[in-house]
Design a protein around this ligand. Structure first.
Ligand SMILES: Nc1ncnc2c1ncn2[C@@H]1O[C@H](COP(=O)(O)OP(=O)(O)OP(=O)(O)O)[C@@H](O)[C@H]1O
Ligand SMILES: [Mg+2]
Length: 525
């Protein structure tokens, strides 16, 4: 079933609604197959954009008049093979356009754009309409004002206008099927013990993550060092653990050392241990982490923060398999696999002499480069679902669901690379939702909620009111392409089919509007 309630909040639909209202003065609403209005027009505090409709809904039977029209139009559309009709309303000379919402061949609802008059509307027509309105209970002044507010349309306008109304219903269909597909995918994720979506505790179905899984799978039996690079919170530690727990060393220790947490001397003695009398206060021998981790895996986190002298010592462990405890004269043997990670730009550090090249080449036998979340948008829904399930399980509350609007907002936000940020947001939403099963966008953090709400131009909703219709339509086009690209995971062939334009023309438009964010982020081409 279509979730009508949220449709009005979708960007493209809201924008189309604005355009239709601004240039043709109409209201847009939608109805289900039971002739019920499912948009906000029935809300107590709804403020009508069209004065005629406001006056109509203010009449004792205003809603019933509309209901009759809806019924007539819906039944007519059932018979009709076209996508839309121009209909005569109960009120004389007043018209509207209705467009079918068809999902998989099934007619599920109707989008209405109402009311307007034709440019042939005469003084006499106006009188006749006024009379009818008064008979229906309207005060004369209201009726006059309502009629004055009706916009005139030429028959040429109507075709164009109807196409835009069809766009609204197309958008409802696209969004609805996208959500169904996503739900199916998440279902699949849960049922399948997922080679594709999961590797150890890492979640992600994007191509980039799958490439990482298969790399990790390939090296699982090897002893080689692994070097993991990635921005904060991209899952470097998860990769390190996955490397260890899929290796033959998995029954021995996985020892994580945060190199930036120690000063040089401390790190030295932590890692390699010391002998009695090595320094004042060293009253007995101390085992270092390398000894504890013997037979296992050592995860050197933030290795980019180590000093050059420490780097020399690490290099020695890697090259010779031995190390020297502080104060000792004979080296000890180390049987430890090294996995190292950093979020620092090591190449640049090498160029500046801050990181030893020889150590880099020793560690970097297998290189795992973790992409930030903004480069793998299609992991967001599965990660959201994963964290949601984890959180609900942990706190013993029944499983919740994300509303479509909430999902849309989360997908829109350019997560600055950080899965932890996403995880925290989901946790927050679960807590704030309380007993509510459905998670609505109201509790989203302001930065996520406000993102994309106020584009550069003009008024708050972003329609350029100073420009003409053409400018507004171009903005709409850019918006549709931007959202479509995200939806289709930047697959332009798929999107061009969806939008009904050629691939070449889509590419031209993407260039024109500068929309290939992914390309920019990845530094491709
Ligand atoms: N692919 C993923 N699937 C599931 N959870 C993930 C994934 N990536 C990251 N996380 C979660 O995000 C958080 C951060 O992950 P992790 O600590 O591995 O990142 P990091 O790169 O080491 O971060 P930092 O740079 O801050 O040290 C953890 O809670 C982790 O469980
Ligand atoms: Mg980390």
């Amino acid at each position: 079933m279509i979730d009508w309630k949220e449709m009005g909040d979708l960007h493209v639909i809201a924008k189309l609604e604005e355009i239709l209202n601004k240039w043709w003065g109409v209201e847009m609403f939608w109805t289900d197959l039971h002739y019920k209005i499912r948009s906000k027009h029935l809300d107590k505090d709804y403020s009508f954009k069209n004065h005629f409709m406001k006056v109509q809904f203010g009449m004792s039977y205003g809603y019933e008049y509309m209901g009759q029209d809806v019924e007539k139009v819906t039944d007519g559309l059932h018979e009709n093979t076209g996508s839309h009709v121009v209909f005569d309303s109960f009120f004389k000379h007043v018209k509207g356009v209705a467009s079918k919402v068809v999902v998989d061949g099934e007619y599920l609802g109707t989008v209405f754009a109402y009311p307007f008059i034709m440019d042939s509307f005469t003084e006499a027509d106006s009188e006749e309409l006024k009379k009818q309105m008064i008979e229906c209970g309207s005060v004369e002044a209201d009726a006059v004002a309502a009629i004055e507010h009706l916009k005139r349309m030429s028959s040429a306008d109507i075709d164009y206008f109807s196409e835009l109304v069809d766009l609204v219903s197309d958008e409802v269909v696209t969004f609805h099927s996208e959500i169904s597909k996503r739900e199916a995918r998440i279902h699949e994720l849960n049922s399948e013990l997922g080679d594709k979506y999961r590797y150890h505790s890492m979640i992600g179905k994007s191509k980039k993550m799958q490439a990482i899984y298969s790399l990790l799978e390939k090296v699982s039996t090897s002893e080689s060092s692994v070097f993991i690079q990635g921005e904060n919170g991209t899952g470097k530690e998860l990769v390190a653990k996955a490397v260890h727990f899929s290796s033959p060393r998995k029954d021995n220790m996985f020892l994580a050392v945060n190199c930036s947490a120690f000063n040089d001397n401390l790190l030295d003695s932590e890692l390699f241990g010391h002998v009695k009398g090595a320094f004042t206060g060293a009253v007995k021998d101390k085992k270092g982490l390398f000894e504890s981790a013997n037979g296992g895996t050592m995860f050197l986190d933030e290795i980019g923060d180590t000093s050059l002298s420490m780097q020399v010592k690490l290099l020695r462990v890697l090259q010779e398999g031995t190390y020297l405890p502080v104060g000792a004269t004979t080296p000890k043997k180390a049987d430890v696999r090294i996995v190292a990670a950093t979020n620092k730009p090591v190449k640049e550090m090498m160029a500046k002499g801050e990181f030893r090249e020889d150590l880099f080449y020793r560690i970097n036998v297998i290189n795992v480069n973790l992409p930030p979340l903004r480069e793998r948008n299609d992991d967001i829904p599965v990660l959201m679902d994963h964290f949601l399930k984890k959180r609900c399980d942990e706190s013993g509350v029944p499983m919740k669901t994300f509303s479509k609007k909430c999902m849309e907002k989360m997908l829109d936000y350019p997560w600055p690379g950080n899965v932890r940020e996403l995880e925290n947001e989901v946790e927050r939403l679960v807590v704030l939702a309380g007993d509510e099963k459905n998670i609505t966008p109201d509790n989203l953090s302001a930065r996520i909620l406000d993102h994309g709400e106020a584009p550069s131009s003009g008024n708050t909703r972003g329609i350029n009111t100073n420009g003409g219709l053409k400018a507004a339509l171009e903005e709409l086009e850019a918006l549709m392409i931007r959202e479509g690209l995200k939806r289709c995971n930047f697959n332009k062939s798929k999107l061009s089919k969806e939008l009904g334009v050629s691939r070449a023309s889509l590419i031209m438009k993407v260039e024109k509007y500068g929309l290939d964010k992914r390309k920019k982020a990845a530094g491709e081409e």
